[in-house]
Design a protein around this ligand. Structure first.
Ligand SMILES: C[S@@+](CC[C@H](N)C(=O)[O-])C[C@H]1O[C@@H](n2cnc3c(N)ncnc32)[C@H](O)[C@@H]1O
Length: 360
């Protein structure tokens, strides 16, 4: 999915760097999991993975990708709905997704608040979704909740379907990557007819754990070989930038405000969006959590200065900084112009004093 600061394109670089430094172990904690790219990668490499994020929609993705470890059968649902196996589609997930794609559209929260038809009474009607797509998203979301309430889904199956919806919505939203604003003209992607997609599930043999909390609450309980931190780099909070995905995941009829129909996010503010509190939090994590290696992903434009990061981490072990050139596309607020920019992606590697890096 489109997610600011996601590490999808950096996974191989991160992995290569850790391998070069002979950093390995059995457990991996993805402390700021976001779209779960890093957690998924290390789950595939058979680590016992822990992940956490402030955002509820991230938790839905974490549950589906990280915690779930078996292929969903949807046995109760398929039996109840008397769905015949289609010759062209095979997995139970495919069958359920096809069923959801065929249900009748409904005018509900997403249509009423984020489509032009539903918000035509506003001075600036909200152009997040085409009317048809908004109705389809509503219908699918309501159906998933009904199935859950009627006990036709296991917890894993429920989160897998929500994850399919969250991942799919990204492909039809009329935004330049983030939901803090909608585009003033229709993007081609938003005019395509909404089609719920299946997600690719990942399995390993571990009991992986996922959390939806301020990760700082977890630090005294952490005991992991590799503690991976990928915090926000700047003052922009994540919650307002993804408010609609949060609402689709929760589907809790929130009170919304302003031109963009923003939900309240006062309980989801990150200390890493402020230079002072970010450094204090980094210090607290490095000091309190139990880990062998702490890996911090950051970049040369981040609000915590490199020198102070190194000074903070050095109190607890040996620190090395690895930097990589990274070409980033930066779009303006409306997504109308894009510029290319080289930035330095950084990996700070802290080996706790007890551990000796083999290359040293
Ligand atoms: C740079 S993104 C992580 C991207 C992720 N590595 C990926 O590849 O998709 C930062 C994430 O940190 C989360 N976050 C920020 N502060 C947090 C906190 N105190 N506790 C938990 N999550 C937090 C944000 O919600 C956001 O999802």
């Amino acid at each position: 999915m489109r997610f600011i600061g996601n590490k999808k394109n950096l996974l191989d670089t991160i992995n290569y760097t850790l391998e070069q430094k002979n950093i390995k172990g059995n457990s991996f904690f993805d402390f700021f999991s976001g779209a779960t790219n890093v957690a998924r990668f290390f789950k595939k490499k058979s680590y016992k993975v822990f992940s956490s994020d402030l955002l509820y929609f991230s938790y839905c993705l974490q549950y589906a990708y990280i915690k779930n470890n078996k292929e969903p059968k949807f046995s109760k649902l398929i039996l109840q709905l008397n769905i015949k196996k289609d010759k062209l589609i095979y997995s139970p997930l495919d069958i359920v997704v096809k069923f959801l794609n065929d249900i009748r559209p409904v005018e509900s929260f997403i249509y009423n608040n984020y489509s032009v038809g539903g918000t035509s009474h506003l001075e600036k009607p909200r152009m997040y979704f085409s009317d048809d797509n908004a109705k389809k998203i509503d219908a699918i979301r309501i159906q998933i909740e009904d199935w859950k309430n009627n006990k036709l889904l296991t917890k894993e199956e429920y989160f897998i379907l929500i994850a399919c919806l969250i991942e799919s919505v990204s492909f039809y939203s009329n935004v330049a990557g983030i939901y803090a604003a909608f585009q003033k003209k229709w993007d081609k992607r938003a005019l395509k007819s909404f089609n719920l997609r299946t997600i690719e599930l990942v399995y390993n043999d571990e009991k992986n754990e996922v959390f939806n909390t301020d990760s700082m609450q977890l630090i005294s309980d952490i005991d992991t070989d590799i503690l991976y931190l990928d915090p926000p780099y700047n003052e922009r909070q994540y919650a307002p930038n993804y408010h609609i995905l949060e609402t689709i995941a929760k589907y809790d009829n929130p009170i919304i405000k302003g031109v963009t129909g923003m939900r309240d996010y006062s309980g989801q503010k990150s200390a890493f969006c402020n230079k002072e509190t970010a450094l204090q939090s980094l210090d607290k994590i490095a000091k309190t959590a139990k880990y062998k290696y702490l890996i911090l992903s950051y970049n040369s434009e981040g609000i915590m200065p490199s020198k102070q990061i190194v000074e903070t981490l050095q109190k607890y072990g040996n620190v090395e900084l690895c930097e990589f050139d990274y070409l980033r596309f930066k779009s303006n607020f409306n997504g109308e112009s894009k510029t290319k920019k080289h930035i330095q992606e950084q990996l700070y590697i802290l080996a706790r004093f007890e551990i000796r890096l083999e290359y040293q």
